[in-house]
Design a protein around this ligand. Structure first.
Ligand code: PLP
Length: 495
């Protein structure tokens, strides 16, 4: 049976999975959601004997029903290969009282690789299936990691171009260097004088610009998105939750049907939404623990029922989570509003006009399976320090936000359910913040010295992604005001 997708803002029309992937965002500004969330058919005993690729196939085929098995297998095989420096693709590491699910073994050493190494293949396949002749222009806003991971995936892919907007000065030095040194004639990187929310709002506006769309079509271009608003990013992210569960079962750490918790360091709400979908597929999950940094708009939302982005934007040591408008929350709102797209559209209109909205008590009751909290900068640093001291395990700042919130959760709830902390980036990507947390004396070191020190102290090899940065020439120097984004796009496309 074909699974169709509808917009969260007008659910009267349906599209296929491949059409949803091609479009990225629905024409009404809403996000595509599946009509129903399919159940996971493969029993855990079987899943526990499967490779990452095999689990990926079993999960993704339930969502991408208009892809043939051959098409999907080809995408999966091209994505999850030697680009990853771990054969397991997403290894589980047991430290302290939790399991860390390391999602940073891909080519750009952050979890975005998990989905962005497959998205280009899904996109090209979707274009072929729908007889699209236009060149696909991937338009992406990044808080630091999506941009590089998307470009790594799309660089020199025929029939595509990719444009990335990032907040200048709002990402880590390694993140920025990774982006501005990006190769590939079809890539274009622009720093904006603003924050991630401005980049993301600008991109969403451009998606909704009908005049530009016409002009693009005339020149043989059409837009799509590599942000987690694209269902083609969300679906591959469900895979590693299932894989993690199957691995715990395979290792004898959990019994059949035993529930586990997941702690997810959250920004745009894409990663944790994938965990929620995994739960809805039938994966035995107890609590979905949503961890924020000091930009704690989600914590406030879960505690009060009011989403309010009217507050200062704080630059933290976990920049990929410096976000006040968590786009993917819209998919959850739509769901708890009883699939009422009109009601959801009203909330989103209110968010756009006043910066806030408040959900009803009936909707709040459905959020019981979530626990949310946040970690201050000091608490985040403290967790990095103590894990290194006690367990010789060095985690990055985003993962540390999650580990810190997990400590709070255990203290508050006394819950001893086995728990997986989703580890979203390599510490090498945020070397200065990580090493400063371990010992402030490191602040005197240069970026390169920090990397060396991190490597020897942690007993971990410097990842290729960091080695490569050393002598990479800068290829992208464009910086613009948020209002100039459309102009820059036109220049790059020659419109
Ligand atoms: C993107 C990112 C996050 C946040 O993920 P969302 O899906 O936006 O919630 C957390 N950590 C790192 C390292 C990231 O790159």
């Amino acid at each position: 049976m074909q699974l169709l997708y509808r917009s969260t803002r007008n659910n009267t029309e349906t599209v296929t999975a491949s059409e949803a992937i091609l479009k990225g965002l629905a024409p009404d500004g809403g996000l595509y959601v599946p009509d129903t969330i399919p159940l996971l058919k493969t029993p855990v005993e079987e899943l526990s004997r499967m490779s990452y690729r095999e689990v990926a196939f079993n999960v993704m085929k339930e969502f991408l029903t208009d892809f043939t098995d051959e098409e999907l297998l080809e995408c999966i095989n091209k994505a999850y290969d030697e680009k990853f420096d771990s054969e397991e693709i997403a290894p589980l590491v047991k430290k302290a009282d939790a399991y860390f699910l390391e999602l940073f073994h891909g080519s750009t050493i952050a979890f975005k690789d998990m989905a962005l190494s497959i998205l280009p293949h899904l996109m090209i396949t979707s274009a072929r299936k729908n007889n699209i002749q236009n060149e696909i222009v991937i338009l992406t806003a990044t808080s630091g990691d999506t941009g590089k991971a998307a470009m790594a995936g799309f660089a020199d892919v025929k029939g595509t171009r990719i444009i990335v907007f990032y907040p200048e000065g709002g990402v880590s030095p390694a993140q920025e260097k990774q982006m501005v040194t990006q190769k590939g004639d079809n890539t274009f990187v622009v720093g904006i004088k603003g924050n991630f929310d401005q980049a993301q709002s600008g991109v969403k506006e451009i998606f909704g610009n009908k005049e530009l769309e016409k002009e693009m079509l005339g020149a043989g271009f059409q837009f799509s998105s590599a942000n987690s608003i694209n269902i083609g990013r969300l679906v591959p992210q469900i895979v590693y939750y299932v894989y993690a569960y199957a691995q715990l079962f395979a290792k004898g750490e959990i019994a059949k049907d035993e529930k586990i918790n997941f702690v997810v360091p959250t920004g745009n709400f894409g990663n944790i939404l994938a965990a929620y979908y995994a739960k809805r597929m039938g994966l035995p999950i107890n609590k979905l623990i949503c961890a924020s940094n000091e930009n704690k708009v989600l914590y406030d939302f879960f505690s009060t029922g009011e989403y309010d982005k009217n507050r200062d934007f704080i630059l933290t040591t976990s920049p990929s989570m410096d976000i006040l408008i968590s786009s993917n929350l819209e998919r959850l709102i739509y769901e708890i509003a009883g699939y009422d797209s009109r009601k959801n559209a009203e909330f989103m209109k209110s968010l756009a006009e006043t910066g806030k909205y408040e959900i009803t008590d009936k909707m709040r009751e459905q959020l019981e399976e979530f626990y949310a909290n946040y970690s201050s900068e000091e608490e985040t640093a403290e967790v990095i320090r103590s894990l290194e001291q006690k367990h010789k395990y060095i985690i990055d700042t985003h993962t540390a936000v999650a580990a810190s919130v997990y400590e709070k959760y255990v203290q508050e709830s006394g819950d001893s359910t086995k728990t997986v902390i989703v580890s979203t980036a390599s510490p090498f990507k945020f070397a200065r913040s990580v090493m400063n947390a371990i010992d402030p004396k490191y602040d005197a070191l240069s970026e390169e010295e920090l990397v060396e020190e991190l490597s020897s102290r942690g007993g971990i090899k410097v990842p290729k992604a960091i080695e490569e940065l050393k002598d990479a020439p800068v290829r992208h120097e464009t910086v613009c005001e948020p209002e100039q984004m459309e102009n820059e796009i036109k220049k790059f496309l020659g419109l």
